[in-house]
Ligand binder design. Structure first.
Ligand code: NAD
Ligand code: UFG
Length: 351
């Protein structure tokens, strides 16, 4: 038997990854403090698995708690060993992710992201669980003006959130070097995760005010926001708005399954891998596609550049294609349509 611990498994990317692993027959234990998600997502995952995927799906368990509670975490690892179902690998999503909030409250971010990882890794070491896939981010790279970003591009985060991700990668490397016969570590550096599961039942929920493009599009369409502010129209891109590499969350989920398989089938190692599509779209292109495909109006206005934005952030995903036996299956149209389906489903529950 093999049990995967998924920290932050009820969040946006975690919930889709749980679904992906379960449908492939892996058992999953979710730990989540619900600081940015809700228990309802656990039921959503269970129902999706029960209703759509039969019969050889894995089992899913959920424990509510904060990773920084190290004694509690130790007890979980210990208990799993005692019932002969040890945790044999971890996907570590749990953390705080708002760039803006991290600038205003760096202590909160360093505490949440660093201390939870420290606690997790010390429990893993204590109970001999040595495989981890870590949620890193393209935000650790120095902003560039054009071209694709490779894993060897310069790392130079420009906000506290990015600094915590970069620091965790460094910490993981130290751990790997401490005993090269022990650890199997992959940092997945995500570009811009968007979209939702095709059922529309799970997707990106934000507690509080969103700051990312797709959730904001949702607020504009639902009428909660009057219009979209497009940050800058004089960037050195084809239409003057910023370019990003939007990756469908189900493709991202599959990348985690592939990363786990890679760790299972290979000796100890430390790798960092970009997860993106390699294709970039401007903000205006997204607005146009989203409104046309879903037949909705998206009023927008231009405003000043947002501090910390980069002109273009597009992945060179060659390494992921080579190593992980993985390839994005969805396109930008799927991202727009699936996001909207999730939005409609959410709005229908509110009415
Ligand atoms: P999310 O906020 O939806 O999910 C994170 C989950 O972790 C939430 O359910 C939250 O309740 C939980 N959590 C937070 N701190 C915790 C703690 N101390 N103990 C237990 N649970 C805790 O975020 P997401 O978009 O699913 O992102 C997942 C990971 O991927 C994060 O680490 C994020 O930094 C990283 N990432 C996200 C993006 C993105 O644009 N969404 C891009 C790059 C990297
Ligand atoms: N944008 C607007 N108006 C808005 C929101 C966003 O014009 O109201 C633009 C941004 O300027 C940017 C694009 O839409 O050009 C995407 O912005 P997001 O905020 O959705 O995403 P970012 O690329 O800024 O950053 C995101 C996550 C980070 C993650 C990074 C990885 O917020 O956590 O992708 O590249 F690290």
């Amino acid at each position: 038997m093999s049990l995967v611990l998924i920290t932050g498994g009820l969040g946006f990317i975690g919930s889709h990854t749980c679904l992906s692993l379960l449908t492939k027959g892996l058992d999953v234990l979710i730990i989540d403090s619900l600081v940015n998600s809700s228990k309802e997502n656990f039921l959503n995952i269970k129902n999706l698995v029960k209703n759509n995927y039969k019969p050889q799906v894995g089992k899913v368990f959920f424990l509510k708690g904060d990773l920084r509670n190290n004694k509690w975490l130790d007890e979980i690892f210990k208990k799993q060993i005692s019932i002969d179902n040890p945790i044999d690998s971890v996907i570590h999503f749990a953390g705080l992710k708002s760039v803006e909030e991290s600038v205003l409250n760096p202590i909160k971010y360093w505490d949440a992201n660093i201390n939870s990882t420290l606690s997790l890794l010390s429990s893993m070491e204590k109970f001999n669980c040595n495989s981890i896939v870590f949620s890193s981010s393209a935000t650790i790279y120095k902003p560039v003006y054009e071209g694709r970003i490779t894993e060897n591009s310069l790392k130079e985060p420009i906000n506290p959130y990015g600094n915590t991700k970069n620091t965790i990668e460094t910490f993981l490397k130290d751990l790997y070097i401490s005993d090269k016969k022990k650890w199997k570590i992959i940092n997945l550096r995500y570009f811009n995760p968007v979209g939702a599961h095709e059922s529309g039942k799970i997707g990106e929920e934000t507690v509080g005010k969103p700051s990312n493009l797709f959730p904001i599009l949702g607020k504009v369409i639902s009428g909660e926001m009057e219009n979209l502010s497009i940050f800058g129209k004089d960037w050195p891109t084809k239409d003057g708005t910023c370019v990003r590499d939007y990756i469908h969350v189900m493709d991202l989920a599959e990348a985690h399954f592939s990363a786990l398989q890679f760790l299972k089938n290979n000796p100890t190692q430390f790798k960092s891998i970009n997860i993106g599509t390699g294709k970039g779209y401007t903000v205006l292109e997204i607005v146009e596609k989203y409104s046309k495909l879903n037949n909705v109006d998206i009023p927008y206005k231009f405003s000043d550049r947002r501090s910390g934005d980069a002109s273009s952030v597009v992945a060179d995903n060659t390494l992921a294609l080579e190593l992980l036996n993985w390839k994005p299956q969805k396109n930008i149209e799927d991202c727009c349509v699936d996001s909207y389906r999730f939005l409609l489903n959410k709005l229908s529950k509110i009415k």
